[in-house]
Design a protein around this ligand. Structure first.
Ligand code: NAD
Length: 244
């Protein structure tokens, strides 16, 4: 299948490692011109050089960072045809353990950064009559995970945003979707203390997913042939979600 991605200009955020890096690598493999960002300057440039992307050091938590990043990327690449919104997961914790400052940081990093990135990329997509916006969320947005209250509370708001916005722009050639990782082999999973055996017991597929499997779905969702898929929250989870 020709995915029609050759020459498309993509920004993938949170991509020095893990799922963002796998998506960027896959898009580059399809011939896209890809910009990636992450917080650590040395690490993002090392990853960019390794996979053939353009690297931008940027912490998406402070207000205004998403807008500034988009401006820098547009200056370097001309436009953004494909936007993949991704950042690191918020800290684990229960309600009692989290101060209001932790909520504010998580809201900025997960939600407001998405608003800013989409706000900056969308006008050009509408003008050209073609665009793809994909927001990386989590299976926790559909079935809350114990001890991850920040993620459980904030990610469903992104699904509301994706679905509402998709309807506003559907007639203009722009699709807006969410992609939900299940338990996928990245450093994030190690940080949460989830090993192979624990995951095998939880997931019907009996194993962790790989970043490459996740990236394959993401790549299809931002492709030309996926032009009629919009407003969806699509999981790549080995059968983990039970909700219909
Ligand atoms: P990861 O921690 O391995 O990688 C996250 C990437 O985002 C890194 O490149 C990091 O530098 C960057 N990043 C983090 N905070 C940032 C910020 N404020 N500004 C800019 N860049 C930032 O995570 P991952 O496993 O690749 O997961 C990606 C997303 O998917 C996360 O939100 C995670 O919570 C979610 N998720 C992952 C899994 C999984 O099993 N891996 C499951 C469910 C949800």
């Amino acid at each position: 299948m020709d995915l029609g991605l050759s020459g498309k200009r993509a920004l993938v955020t949170g991509a020095s490692r893990g799922l963002g890096c796998a998506i960027a690598t896959s898009l580059i493999g399809e011939g896209a011109d890809v910009a990636i960002c992450a917080r650590d300057e040395a690490r993002i440039h090392e990853t960019a050089a390794r996979i053939g992307a353009r690297g931008f050091a940027c912490d998406l938590t402070p207000r205004g960072a998403g807008k500034s990043l988009s401006e820098a990327v547009v200056q370097a690449m001309g436009e953004i045809d494909i936007l993949v919104v991704n950042t690191g997961g918020p800290p684990a914790g229960t309600f009692d353990a989290l101060a209001s400052s932790a909520w504010e940081l998580a809201l900025n990093a997960l939600f407001m950064s998405a608003i800013e990135l989409i706000g900056a990329a969308l006008p050009g997509m509408r003008q050209r009559g073609w665009g793809r916006i994909l927001v990386v969320t989590s299976v926790a947005a559909k079935e809350p995970h114990p001890g991850l209250i920040l993620s459980n509370a904030i990610r469903p708001a992104l699904h509301g945003l994706v679905n509402s916005l998709s309807r506003e722009v559907a007639s203009e050639g722009v699709t807006v979707n969410a992609i939900l990782p299940g338990l996928t082999r990245t450093e994030r999973l190690q940080e949460l203390g989830l090993g192979e055996e624990a995951v095998a017991a939880l997931v019907p597929a009996g194993r962790m997913g790989t970043p490459e499997e996740f990236a394959a779905l993401a790549t299809f969702l931002v492709s030309g042939p996926a032009g009629y898929v919009t407003g969806q929250a699509v999981a790549c989870d080995g059968g983990l979600l039970r909700s219909i």
